[in-house]
Design a protein around this ligand. Structure first.
Ligand code: AHR
Length: 502
């Protein structure tokens, strides 16, 4: 057996998929575990700024160039009273958060979070509670945030210290309403009607906003994809995006089976696109529905520890997954999958951002440090802006138990005309063999290889910590050109970023 896989990639700028919406590189902060308290906010930390936000954490977030952050939940959202989180901090109530069996002190609310988001230069996708609340609370929140002045809620915002409206563009209509675990779980029809009516009046308050309606919590939900069909039938005219979520985990020791899981995301998106287009035809609309994949990541490492957590504490250490190299490569595969659907997926939110299934971790009163998954996400966000091309991928394949034939090579290419750059993202799924990749850049005559960034390592289970960065990107050998074809080696089980000047 050869100790090397051979694969080929043909990239041509004539084959355009779509402009990558920068919001594909969004993320998510929920009032959950140590994401907010002890994560972005730790007023007695030496790095805290005047508002109590950790500057070291903000620096790490800025390096990711996250354009949008979804807030405040998640499951937390479905029991949240947003009015508890505004006004003088000392007067705010502490409440039981039933979703995570925690105590929510409400020290951070809408105004503080908007201030934090400005500091990291991100938009906020603000979510309204359609679990325990409804139309009135939702339209009031839009008025509080986006109406200039001269009404009860807009004047209250001004009284609370923010003169100009926030102008929040993207709003989510609830969270995972298909899930029995959700506070105020509904049938697709019940939710669809409520979302349509809430969305209608939210847009009456501010017609410039865009709305995201809840699709399925994952592709294994018994109600998928009928949920999408029913919800979209009820809401098609009001909404602009359908939200879907998915988390992946490694249940065994079969790396190739784990690496095949991006196929679930691929098929899930394709099915949701089909349902969107079916409903578009059914309701005779001219609008194309877009997708907001606003929760995605690897989530399984912390499951057992979380079962043992004491309830009713402020900021318990929940969902603190520590990610290894394999997880980072899977995150790379998921990013390639999102980019490969950039014509329909316009928003993506890596869930989450700090301490909770997150690329950034903090030690109480101590360091902020980055996990393995930080790197592929950063590379995609920095170098994956521009026009997503449709490359031809020619690769040997393997048989996955769950997904059938899967290619060893996963790849996509993004062309940025403005910066004259072409980036090829590539994963070699094989844990044992290197891959010799031939790149045919036919329409990019005179291209020059600029960089080859690799994330790999001898131990797929290696992790980072506050003390040691065992998994970090390194520079690889640049692709070499010979008679119009470029050749490069992708190490076994690796995430690769190949950058060309064109
Ligand atoms: O991100 C963690 C949780 O996962 C969110 O609260 C919920 O929406 C999803 O089930």
């Amino acid at each position: 057996m050869a100790d090397l896989n051979k694969a080929e990639l043909i990239v041509d700028k004539a084959f355009k998929l779509a402009e990558a919406d920068p919001r594909l590189y969004g993320s998510f902060i929920e009032h959950l575990g140590r994401a907010v308290y002890g994560g972005i906010y730790e007023p007695d930390h030496p790095e805290a700024d005047g508002e109590g936000f950790r500057k070291d954490v903000m620096d790490l977030v800025r390096r990711l160039q996250v354009p949008l952050v979804r807030y405040p939940g998640g499951n937390f959202l479905s029991g949240y009273r947003w009015e508890d989180g505004i006004g003088p901090q000392k007067e705010r109530p502490s409440r039981l958060d039933l979703a995570w069996k925690s105590v929510e002190p409400n020290l951070i609310g809408t105004d503080e979070f908007m201030s934090w988001a400005r500091k990291i230069d991100a938009e906020v996708n603000l979510a309204v509670n359609l679990g325990t609340r409804g139309i009135e609370a939702a339209r009031n929140l839009v008025e509080y945030c986006n109406h200039p002045s001269g009404s009860y809620w807009s004047d209250l915002r001004i009284k609370n210290g923010t003169k100009n409206p926030y102008g929040i563009r993207t709003w989510s209509l609830g969270n995972e309403m298909d899930g029995p675990w959700q506070i105020g779980h509904k049938t697709a029809y019940e939710y669809g009607r409520l979302a349509a009516e809430a969305g209608k009046v939210m847009k009456w308050v501010d017609p410039s906003i865009e709305l995201v309606v809840c699709g399925s919590s994952n592709s294994a939900m018994p109600t998928f994809p009928e949920w999408e069909a029913t919800v979209l039938t009820e809401t098609y005219d009001q909404v602009d995006y359908i939200s879907i979520h998915s988390y992946y985990g490694n249940s065994g020791d079969d790396v190739l089976e784990y690496m095949a899981q991006s196929e679930d995301m691929n098929r899930y998106i394709s099915t949701v696109v089909s349902v969107c287009d079916y409903v578009q035809a059914k309701v005779r609309s001219r609008k194309k529905m877009m997708i907001s994949f606003d929760e995605w990541n690897v989530w399984f490492h912390s499951s057992e520890a979380d079962k043992k957590q004491e309830p009713w504490r402020i900021a318990p250490p929940l969902l603190q997954d520590i990610y290894n190299l394999e997880d980072a490569v899977l995150v790379g595969l998921l990013l390639i999958t999102l980019l490969s659907h950039a014509d329909r997926v316009k928003i993506g939110c890596l869930a989450q951002l700090v301490n909770v299934i997150a690329p950034i971790m903090t030690e109480p009163k101590g360091e902020a440090w980055v996990q393995t998954i930080y790197y592929p996400f950063m590379h995609a966000s920095l170098y994956g802006r521009g026009t997503v091309l449709i490359p031809a991928v020619i690769s040997p394949e393997y048989e996955s138990k769950d997904f059938g034939p899967v290619l060893y090579l996963a790849s996509t290419a993004v062309y940025n005309e403005e910066s004259s750059g072409l980036t090829v993202f590539a994963v070699n799924r094989d844990p044992k063999k290197e891959m010799e990749l031939s790149l045919d850049l036919r329409s990019f005559k005179g291209a020059s290889a600029v960089d080859h960034i690799i994330l790999d390592g001898p131990d797929p289970k290696a992790v980072n910590s506050a003390k040691a960065q065992a998994v970090q990107p390194r520079k690889g050998k640049l692709p070499v050109e010979e008679s119009g074809s470029w050749t490069v080696t992708l190490p076994a089980l690796s995430w690769n970023v190949l950058r060309f000047g064109v």
